[in-house]
Write a protein that binds this ligand. Structure first.
Ligand SMILES: NC(=O)c1ccc[n+]([C@@H]2O[C@H](COP(=O)([O-])OP(=O)(O)OC[C@H]3O[C@@H](n4cnc5c(N)ncnc54)[C@H](OP(=O)(O)O)[C@@H]3O)[C@@H](O)[C@H]2O)c1
Length: 257
């Protein structure tokens, strides 16, 4: 029998945990998933007010959950709380991340502080959440989406060594999960955005100017969060399951590899 190839995305019955779900790319992902019918655990660190408002507006049983992901135990606890409260999780979106500059010549202590914080939020907590998700998905299946970065492949500038390394780690984490747990119904995907107009890049663009970023693009407009979010809904629908392990670039053609 042929597969159903209807392209309307209906995520009714899907429950998703989106880290960093109330700002930038995470906000667009949360809204897109909820608009498609999913119940969303909107995670936040400092953006509690916004996260609670979003969950309330979704009006479908979505909830906001706070956790500072610099602490791996908080990451673990986040998954447990969200799964308990929403009656299970079908999709984990590891989106929360930080992009902190530090020059390698700024002193060992300063450099280490940024390295450790970046790795803790961007990679260690993402790994902990993946592990919780794998345990939870065993026997019921599930999907993981890791929001990595073009930096994992192209590399970044000197002040973002930790950021690029954390995103490279995320790619191999994502691929290893896909290879190891596919037989248990667990699928894992990475998305590698280039510059996306969000609060994260505001400061960078203020400093370096839009033009520098725009000149890197093949397209004639900058990427915004709504250019990234639909892919997550598509993955959540299961239509991309046979691409498990893949990384999808969303970078306006700025880095094709
Ligand atoms: N924007 C880009 O150009 C770009 C490019 C490639 C990849 N990405 C990746 O896309 C993801 C989302 O970035 P964005 O551009 O949407 O940035 P953003 O608007 O700054 O959002 C970052 C999110 O991460 C959360 N977060 C930061 N520190 C945290 C911590 N200690 N504990 C828990 N959550 C924390 C924030 O939560 P609160 O707001 O609640 O504090 C926020 O929701 C990141 O992983 C980023 O690396 C972005």
């Amino acid at each position: 029998m042929r597969k159903d190839l209807t392209m309307k995305i209906d995520l009714t019955g899907v429950t998703a945990l989106v880290t960093g779900g109330s700002s930038g790319i995470g906000e667009a992902i949360s809204v897109t998933l909820a608009d498609s019918g999913a119940i969303v655990a909107v995670h936040y660190n400092t953006g509690g007010e916004r996260a609670r408002k979003m969950a309330e507006e979704f009006d479908n049983g979505s909830e906001a959950f706070g956790a500072d992901l610099v602490d791996p135990d908080a990451a673990r606890n986040l998954f447990v709380r969200a799964a308990e409260s929403l009656g299970g999780i079908d999709l984990l979106v590891n989106n929360a991340g930080i992009f902190i500059p530090v020059q390698p010549d700024s002193g060992h202590g300063e450099w280490m502080k940024t390295w450790e914080r970046t790795l803790a939020v961007n990679l260690t907590s993402a790994g902990v959440l993946c592990r919780e998700a794998i345990e939870h998905f065993r026997g019921r299946g599930g999907r993981i989406v890791n929001i990595a970065s073009r930096a994992a492949f192209r590399g970044e500038t000197a002040e973002y060594l930790a950021y690029a390394a954390s995103k490279g780690g995320m790619i191999s984490l994502s691929r290893s999960i896909a290879r190891s747990f596919g037989k248990e119904g667990i699928k894992s995907f990475a998305i590698a955005p280039g510059y996306v107009l969000t609060p994260m890049t505001e400061e960078y663009l203020d400093k370096h100017g839009d033009e520098m970023v725009a000149n890197e693009l093949a397209l004639d407009e900058m990427t915004d969060a709504d250019d990234v979010a639909p892919l997550v809904a598509f993955i959540a629908s299961g239509r991309l399951d046979h691409a498990t392990g893949c990384t999808i670039d969303i970078n306006g053609g700025s880095y094709i590899h």
